[in-house]
Design a protein around this ligand. Structure first.
Ligand code: FES
Length: 111
C-alpha cells in the first residue's frame, strides 16, 4: 500500500489517500465537502478535474474514455501518484446527465 498526497486547488485542503482507498471515502473521513450521490461511478456528481497526477478508475462508467484522462470520479478513483484536483469542475458529458439543451429548446419554443 502506498500513500499519496491530494491537494484540492483553490481550497487549501490537503489529504493523504492510499492506492487502496477511494478519494471520496478519504474526503468523507476528513470532513471535506466533496459532492457525491450514486457512489457507483454513474452520476458524475463527485467529479473533479485532474490538474496534476494520475488515478485509476476502471469502474468510472459515467465518464467517456477521453474524459477519464482529465477527470476523476472520486467515488471510484484511487490515486496512482500525488494529485492536484479541482473539485469545482465537471466533464462535458454531465450536460447529458442533466438534460442540457432542454432549457434552450424550451426558450426556442417560447419564441
Ligand atoms: S457519486 Fe455518482 S459518480 Fe461518483
Amino acid at each position: 500500500m502506498t500513500d499519496y498526497t491530494i491537494e484540492f486547488v483553490g481550497t487549501g485542503e490537503t489529504i493523504t489517500c492510499s492506492d487502496k482507498e477511494t478519494i471520496l471515502s478519504r474526503c468523507l473521513e476528513e470532513g471535506i465537502a466533496q459532492e457525491y450521490s450514486c457512489r457507483v461511478g454513474m452520476c458524475l456528481a463527485c467529479s473533479a478535474e485532474i490538474v496534476e497526477g494520475e488515478v485509476t478508475q476502471p469502474a468510472a462508467r459515467g465518464l467517456t474514455e477521453a474524459e477519464a484522462e482529465s477527470y476523476a470520479l472520486t467515488c471510484m478513483a484511487r490515486p496512482q501518484s500525488d494529485l492536484k484536483l479541482d473539485r469545482g469542475e465537471y466533464p462535458p458529458s454531465i450536460d447529458d446527465e442533466l438534460g442540457a439543451g432542454g432549457a434552450d429548446e424550451t426558450a426556442a419554443a417560447d419564441d
